[in-house]
Design a protein around this ligand. Structure first.
Ligand code: HEC
Ligand code: HEC
Length: 387
């Protein structure tokens, strides 16, 4: 925020305080340039299409910035199935909306959802305020990822939280993220995408933001599933579903910690090189669903696929140094062990790979961009033209 805007806000505030006697809560907000959502603003009912089924064919190209809704609508002609909320029975939509408003409140006055997850009025109110200034432009009011200021101009599109799905989790296969996973994303951003690193915020501020993301995600997922059920003529109990979802978020936080990486020595030690070699062999194995079948040519020729949002996911290019979810060994371990459920990257449970094998894959994947870390035979296989 520029100094100019801050000054403007403060002088306006000063004027108000001197001219009228304002209620205390508003006066205490005066020193801060952050303005809250207007009190009368409500969360609008979902209007964009729900993706009920993905096309069976793989996508031909990546998404185009600013064309999210057109590209979702086009899924029907490609063998997928989408539905417009407006086409569903009004009574179903009204009932769902009433539940959502009564349970979650409004942007300026969110309701307590869970004490144990710190989703309380006070936390959420502060979280909403921060979200409005830091995240709204991309992730938008309801967390639909359609922010008019910036969200419309970037690919990959900002996350739509309303399906309750997240990519970068360390909790387990297909599980909700831990709070610390959201905090990691907010702190470090997602390199190679528009998602910025908010490393300059106070830890407490990032925590409030993580809580608010959970809140929007819970609200959005209940709405999504309620509309989905209405589209299929199924009954839906939003209150029961909400308690199940809250338990899922709690389970994620209680998941066991990740194992610590083995000591493989320095990058140029024979032990490290052996690990990289073993990882290379696993990565390129000629088995169904091996890494190389999606991350073709080590990711230089990614095999595109639809993700749960109906948008196009691109398998990572490991010859580049950016890894969205972090390049610490444990970050990469979590990706490989638990997969990335929303994009269909499979998990690799202990029945398939031992911990040692996952670490071998980690050593290999994180060494690809750094030729000095690669044993000569592996180097030549990845960079055949470099000699
Ligand atoms: C300039 C646009 C932009 C802003 C501002 C922004 N984000 Fe994002 N965010 C993104 C994009 C783009 C992605 C998805 C990247 C991808 O899927 O590859 C994303 C993804 C996420 C995710 C999903 C991570 C996962 O595991 O799937 C979270 C959580 C998130 N952002 C939180 C926030 C929060 C909180 C803020 C504000 C403090 C914020 N973002 C601000 C663009 C933005
Ligand atoms: C069915 C296809 C598929 C298979 C098989 C697959 N992946 Fe992926 N992988 C993906 C997609 C798609 C992404 C990109 C997710 C995103 O950024 O949206 C990805 C991302 C990743 C990432 C995260 C990169 C980041 O930006 O943080 C790692 C690490 C990874 N894959 C490793 C592997 C390894 C190792 C294997 C084999 C054990 C493997 N993948 C098998 C599809 C696949």
């Amino acid at each position: 925020m520029s100094g100019h805007r801050v000054l403007q806000n403060q002088s306006r505030c000063f004027l108000l305080v001197t001219l009228v006697t304002l209620p205390v809560p508003i006066i205490t907000g005066c020193g801060s340039p952050v303005v809250h959502y207007p009190a009368q603003l409500v969360f609008p009912p979902r209007a964009d299409r729900l993706v009920l089924q993905l096309p069976t064919q793989a996508p031909l190209k990546e998404n185009t910035a600013g064309r999210l809704d057109e590209e979702i609508a086009a899924l029907d002609s490609l063998g997928g199935r989408t539905v417009e909320p407006q086409s569903l029975a009004e009574a179903d939509r009204d009932a769902l909306n009433q539940f959502l408003t009564a349970t979650f409140g409004t942007p300026a006055a969110p309701q307590t959802i869970s004490e144990s997850l710190k989703l309380t009025r006070d936390h959420l109110r502060e979280g909403a305020r921060l979200y409005k200034t830091k995240c709204f432009d991309c992730h938008n009011l309801t967390g639909d990822g359609r922010g008019a200021k910036a969200g419309q101009f970037v690919v990959p599109f900002p996350r739509d939280y309303r399906q309750g799905a997240f990519k970068f989790v360390t909790s387990g296969e297909g599980m909700k993220p831990r709070r610390s996973d959201l905090l990691r994303t907010i702190h470090h951003g997602l390199p190679g995408t528009a998602m910025p690193a908010f490393s300059l915020l106070e830890p407490g501020e990032r925590d409030l933001l993580a809580g608010y993301v959970m809140f929007l995600s819970l609200r959005g997922q209940i709405e999504f599933e309620g509309l989905h059920a209405a589209a299929e003529g199924r009954p839906f109990q939003p209150a029961e579903r909400l308690s199940t979802l809250l338990r899922e978020w709690e389970h994620a936080d209680a998941a066991p910690p990740l194992p610590t990486p083995p000591d493989d020595g320095d990058y140029d030690s024979p032990r490290f090189h052996e690990a990289v070699r073993r990882g290379y062999r696993l990565f390129t194995a000629k088995t169904e669903n091996s890494c190389i079948s999606c991350h073709e040519d080590f990711g230089r020729k990614p095999v595109l696929r639809y993700d749960v949002w109906g948008t196009v996911a691109k398998p990572a290019n490991f010859t580049e140094t950016t890894l969205k979810g972090g390049k610490e060994p444990q970050d990469v371990y979590a990706r490989i062990r638990f997969g990335i459920a929303p994009v269909g990257m499979p998990a690799h449970p202990p029945t398939q790979y031992t911990d040692r094998e996952v670490w071998d894959l980690v050593r290999f994947v994180t060494s690809i961009p750094y030729p000095v870390r690669l044993p000569p035979d592996v180097h030549d296989a990845i960079y055949p033209n470099a000699k």
